[in-house]
Design a protein around this ligand. Structure first.
Ligand code: C2G
Length: 130
Protein backbone atom coordinates (compact mmCIF):
# COMPACT_ATOMS: atom_id res chain seq x y z
CA UNK A 1 0.00 0.00 0.00
CA UNK A 2 1.19 3.48 -0.89
CA UNK A 3 0.98 6.09 1.89
CA UNK A 4 0.66 9.79 1.11
CA UNK A 5 1.41 12.48 3.69
CA UNK A 6 0.53 16.16 3.57
CA UNK A 7 0.58 19.12 5.96
CA UNK A 8 -1.37 22.30 6.51
CA UNK A 9 -3.10 24.65 8.89
CA UNK A 10 -6.50 24.25 7.22
CA UNK A 11 -7.89 27.23 9.12
CA UNK A 12 -11.40 28.29 8.06
CA UNK A 13 -11.69 25.19 5.91
CA UNK A 14 -12.55 25.91 2.25
CA UNK A 15 -12.79 24.19 -1.12
CA UNK A 16 -9.11 24.85 -1.93
CA UNK A 17 -8.21 22.74 1.10
CA UNK A 18 -10.68 20.03 0.06
CA UNK A 19 -9.32 19.87 -3.50
CA UNK A 20 -5.70 19.48 -2.41
CA UNK A 21 -6.65 16.65 -0.01
CA UNK A 22 -8.70 14.90 -2.72
CA UNK A 23 -5.84 15.12 -5.21
CA UNK A 24 -3.31 13.99 -2.58
CA UNK A 25 -5.46 10.94 -1.73
CA UNK A 26 -5.57 9.94 -5.40
CA UNK A 27 -1.77 9.55 -5.40
CA UNK A 28 -1.92 6.58 -3.01
CA UNK A 29 -3.99 4.18 -0.90
CA UNK A 30 -3.83 5.95 2.46
CA UNK A 31 -3.73 9.68 3.24
CA UNK A 32 -2.15 10.95 6.46
CA UNK A 33 -2.53 14.66 7.28
CA UNK A 34 -0.41 16.72 9.66
CA UNK A 35 -2.42 19.66 11.00
CA UNK A 36 -0.24 22.57 12.16
CA UNK A 37 -0.53 23.24 15.88
CA UNK A 38 -1.69 26.59 17.25
CA UNK A 39 1.83 27.17 18.65
CA UNK A 40 3.41 26.49 15.23
CA UNK A 41 1.04 29.00 13.65
CA UNK A 42 1.81 31.65 16.20
CA UNK A 43 5.52 31.25 15.43
CA UNK A 44 4.92 31.29 11.66
CA UNK A 45 2.27 33.97 11.13
CA UNK A 46 1.12 37.08 12.93
CA UNK A 47 -2.46 35.88 13.13
CA UNK A 48 -3.75 33.31 15.62
CA UNK A 49 -5.85 30.67 13.80
CA UNK A 50 -9.61 31.33 13.79
CA UNK A 51 -10.24 27.71 14.75
CA UNK A 52 -8.26 25.86 17.40
CA UNK A 53 -6.03 22.90 16.55
CA UNK A 54 -8.63 20.54 18.06
CA UNK A 55 -11.37 21.98 15.87
CA UNK A 56 -9.18 21.97 12.74
CA UNK A 57 -8.12 18.35 13.39
CA UNK A 58 -11.75 17.28 13.93
CA UNK A 59 -12.76 18.74 10.55
CA UNK A 60 -9.86 17.11 8.68
CA UNK A 61 -10.41 13.73 10.39
CA UNK A 62 -14.06 13.70 9.24
CA UNK A 63 -13.22 14.07 5.54
CA UNK A 64 -13.70 11.16 3.16
CA UNK A 65 -10.21 11.35 1.52
CA UNK A 66 -8.44 11.39 4.91
CA UNK A 67 -7.40 8.22 6.76
CA UNK A 68 -5.34 9.58 9.63
CA UNK A 69 -4.63 12.93 11.28
CA UNK A 70 -1.87 14.07 13.63
CA UNK A 71 -0.68 17.35 15.11
CA UNK A 72 2.28 18.94 13.30
CA UNK A 73 4.34 20.57 16.04
CA UNK A 74 7.25 21.90 13.98
CA UNK A 75 8.07 22.57 10.32
CA UNK A 76 11.53 21.09 10.82
CA UNK A 77 10.22 17.64 11.78
CA UNK A 78 8.98 16.71 8.28
CA UNK A 79 11.60 13.96 7.89
CA UNK A 80 10.62 12.38 11.23
CA UNK A 81 6.93 12.49 10.32
CA UNK A 82 7.58 10.93 6.89
CA UNK A 83 9.51 8.11 8.55
CA UNK A 84 7.06 7.63 11.45
CA UNK A 85 4.05 7.24 9.13
CA UNK A 86 6.10 5.34 6.51
CA UNK A 87 5.00 7.78 3.83
CA UNK A 88 5.91 7.01 0.23
CA UNK A 89 4.86 10.42 -1.07
CA UNK A 90 4.90 13.91 0.46
CA UNK A 91 2.37 16.25 -1.16
CA UNK A 92 2.23 20.04 -0.73
CA UNK A 93 0.59 22.90 -2.61
CA UNK A 94 2.93 24.66 -5.01
CA UNK A 95 3.18 27.69 -2.74
CA UNK A 96 5.80 25.43 -1.08
CA UNK A 97 7.51 24.48 -4.37
CA UNK A 98 11.13 23.41 -3.84
CA UNK A 99 10.96 23.76 -0.06
CA UNK A 100 10.88 20.02 0.68
CA UNK A 101 13.06 18.71 -2.13
CA UNK A 102 15.72 17.73 0.44
CA UNK A 103 13.36 14.91 1.56
CA UNK A 104 13.45 13.19 -1.83
CA UNK A 105 15.93 10.64 -0.45
CA UNK A 106 13.18 9.24 1.86
CA UNK A 107 10.03 9.80 -0.22
CA UNK A 108 8.69 11.14 -3.48
CA UNK A 109 7.98 14.89 -3.20
CA UNK A 110 5.03 16.27 -5.19
CA UNK A 111 3.78 19.87 -5.40
CA UNK A 112 0.20 20.30 -6.59
CA UNK A 113 -1.15 23.53 -8.11
CA UNK A 114 -3.25 25.58 -5.69
CA UNK A 115 -6.91 26.19 -6.38
CA UNK A 116 -7.00 29.74 -7.75
CA UNK A 117 -8.68 32.71 -6.09
CA UNK A 118 -9.48 31.21 -2.70
CA UNK A 119 -7.61 31.68 0.55
CA UNK A 120 -8.37 32.06 4.24
CA UNK A 121 -7.11 35.65 4.10
CA UNK A 122 -9.49 36.46 1.21
CA UNK A 123 -12.36 34.77 3.08
CA UNK A 124 -11.74 36.78 6.24
CA UNK A 125 -11.66 39.94 4.11
CA UNK A 126 -14.93 39.00 2.42
CA UNK A 127 -16.69 38.14 5.69
CA UNK A 128 -15.55 41.32 7.42
CA UNK A 129 -17.08 43.37 4.60
CA UNK A 130 -20.54 41.81 4.94
N1 C2G B 1 -4.24 25.15 -0.79
C1 C2G B 1 -4.63 25.02 -2.11
N2 C2G B 1 -5.38 25.99 -2.70
C2 C2G B 1 -5.76 27.09 -2.01
C3 C2G B 1 -5.38 27.24 -0.68
C4 C2G B 1 -4.60 26.25 -0.07
O1 C2G B 1 -4.30 24.03 -2.77
N3 C2G B 1 -6.47 28.03 -2.64
C5 C2G B 1 -3.41 24.11 -0.16
C6 C2G B 1 -2.02 24.61 0.25
O2 C2G B 1 -1.16 24.66 -0.86
C7 C2G B 1 -1.63 23.56 1.27
C8 C2G B 1 -2.98 23.18 1.90
O3 C2G B 1 -4.00 23.66 1.02
O4 C2G B 1 -1.06 22.42 0.62
C9 C2G B 1 -3.13 23.78 3.27
O5 C2G B 1 -2.99 25.17 3.16
P1 C2G B 1 -2.65 26.05 4.45
O6 C2G B 1 -3.61 25.75 5.52
O7 C2G B 1 -2.43 27.46 4.01
O8 C2G B 1 -1.30 25.37 4.90
P2 C2G B 1 0.04 26.04 5.28
O9 C2G B 1 -0.20 26.99 6.41
O10 C2G B 1 0.72 26.55 4.06
O11 C2G B 1 0.81 24.77 5.83
O12 C2G B 1 4.15 22.16 7.10
C10 C2G B 1 3.39 23.06 6.34
C11 C2G B 1 2.52 23.82 7.25
O13 C2G B 1 1.64 22.96 7.91
C12 C2G B 1 1.86 25.00 6.63
Amino acid sequence: ARTVITFGTFDVFHVGHLRVLERAAELGDRLVVGVSSDALNLRKKEREPVFSERERMAIIAALKPVDEVFLEESLEQKREYVEKFRADVLVMGDDWKGRFDHLSDVCEVVYLPRTPAISTTALIEKISNI
